[in-house]
Design a protein around this ligand. Structure first.
Ligand code: ARG
Length: 446
């Protein structure tokens, strides 16, 4: 077995190694690219405080950039017997460069290394997620405009209630994404602070220049207090997981609506055939499995903040190995949500809506409030109009006028798609991804 970074005179027991490394060799691949970027910033800073010579910095920088290229090309592996990504990168440097490779770890610990890797990973995953949300928002708002005038029943208690429209239905989910983006922005703000330099959680006796690594990595600020920086492990993931869970909750509700409205008993929408699946026994079936799995996947994602809470809940301050387990459920969550969004976006873009739902007399009574309001506008006190219409309904004498004239903001006649798009754009404009892109380009010399 290859030795550990920390192995001294006692050899590590194989079973203990398997148990403690767990799935890290797989999980740390998500972090590899960011581990190298963190190291590039760290060594640049080490040179500036005299812990590396200019030549050593040059050699190390070029070797780290090579490793970064290998990671991007999918050629990077964490070898059997190597504990984690941090050990693998240091080992590769030492193999390629000899003793100078052993110098890069001055003034840091794997604890702040994994902290910074996670922050960099999250930042770029949030950016990618935001792009997916932009796409879905665009589709939903577009469908809202397209079907603005097509009426459908609105329900309370799943009882036919009042007229609604497809414009409102699609638009509601578009606007939901505005709020989800606001929360994601906050999560991004929490993430965009630099924990590097907190080392094992108590700083270092080297005169580290943390302002410098903060700028080199394009962070918005330092996570100043070294003890707090370490406390951010688990907390950051929980906050981000909450933001992920909000998006998942929006989509889960949409998925339930879609399954229900697609059922023959509703018949409000028709999913494109390619998004339905058949039955092995019933030849007529076109099941909405894609939306059902979407709903379940989104519900699973909503469990994530709770899972992280339970793993980290009763830890005091300071690093604990417990934190490693958070990676297993947290790191794959972004990919999961993005694949959900791609599928939902395609389905919502192609869904057909039934433009004749209201021809069915079972929805007649949803116009009762329209009639009450019409009489109220003519001067009948609201309560009296309500009673008149109620008695007509009871006597089977109510015949609806199937027209609506809602004008206020956010109503059937005025769904405010432009205003909602403007709100969305405003939230979007507050994400600053350019700063870190510029920082990464200069670290990588690209
Ligand atoms: N794999 C570890 C984690 O994810 C890396 C940090 C190891 N640090 C330690 N003190 N054992 O937390």
């Amino acid at each position: 077995m290859a030795s550990k970074l920390w192995e001294k005179s006692v050899e590590v027991n194989h079973d203990v190694d398997t148990y403690t490394v767990g799935r890290d060799r797989e999980m740390d691949l998500y972090l590899a690219k960011y581990d190298v970027l963190g190291s590039l910033a760290h060594i640049t800073m080490l040179e500036s405080i005299g812990l590396l010579t200019a030549d050593e910095l040059k050699t190390l920088t070029s070797a780290l950039r090579d490793i970064h290229g290998e990671i991007e090309a999918g050629q990077f592996v964490i070898e059997d017997g190597i504990e984690d990504v941090h050990s693998q990168v240091e080992l590769m440097l030492t193999r390629r460069l000899g003793d100078v490779g052993k110098k890069i770890h001055s003034g840091r610990s794997r604890n702040d290394q994994v902290l910074v890797d996670l922050r960099l990973f999250i930042r770029s995953e949030i950016e990618d997620l935001v792009h997916h949300i932009v796409m879905l928002f665009g589709t939903l708002n577009e469908q809202s405009r397209r079907y603005r005038t097509v009426l459908m029943p609105g329900y309370t208690h799943l009882q036919v209630a009042m007229p609604s429209s497809f414009g409102l239905w699609f638009g509601a989910y578009a606007e939901a994404l505005v709020d989800d983006l606001t929360v994601l922005r906050a999560a991004y703000g929490v993430t965009n602070r630099n924990p590097l330099g907190s080392a094992a959680g108590y700083g270092s006796s080297f005169p580290l220049n943390r302002t410098m690594t903060t700028e080199l990595l394009g962070f918005g600020s330092i996570d100043y207090n070294v003890v707090y920086a370490q406390m951010g492990r688990g907390k950051t993931e929980r906050i981000v997981a909450n933001a992920i869970a909000n998006v998942a909750a929006t989509i889960a509700k949409l998925a339930f609506d879609a399954c229900m409205f697609n059922s023959q008993n509703f018949g409000f929408i028709k999913l494109a055939d390619e998004f339905t699946t058949g039955s092995s026994i019933m030849p007529h079936k076109k099941n909405p499995d894609v939306f059902e799995l979407t709903r379940a996947k989104c519900n699973k994602l909503q469990a994530l903040p709770y899972e992280i809470t339970l793993i980290t809940n009763n830890l005091p301050s300071g690093y604990f190995r417990d934190l490693q387990l958070v990676k297993e459920s947290f790191l794959p969550a972004f990919g999961e949500l993005k694949s959900i969004i791609v599928m939902v976006n395609a389905m919502m873009a192609q869904v057909k809506v039934n433009e004749h739902i209201l021809d069915d007399s079972r929805y007649d009574l949803m116009f009762s409030v329209e009639e009450v309001n019409r009489r109220t506008r003519e001067g009948v006190p609201f309560r009296d109009a309500y009673k008149q219409v109620g008695l007509e309904i009871e006597a089977g004498r109510f015949s609806p006028v199937k027209e609506v004239a809602h004008t206020h903001e956010g109503s059937i006649g005025n769904p405010c798609n432009d205003e909602i798009a403007a709100l969305f754009e405003k939230e979007l404009s507050q994400f600053d991804f350019d700063t870190y892109h510029r920082a990464f380009s200069s670290l990588l010399g690209s």
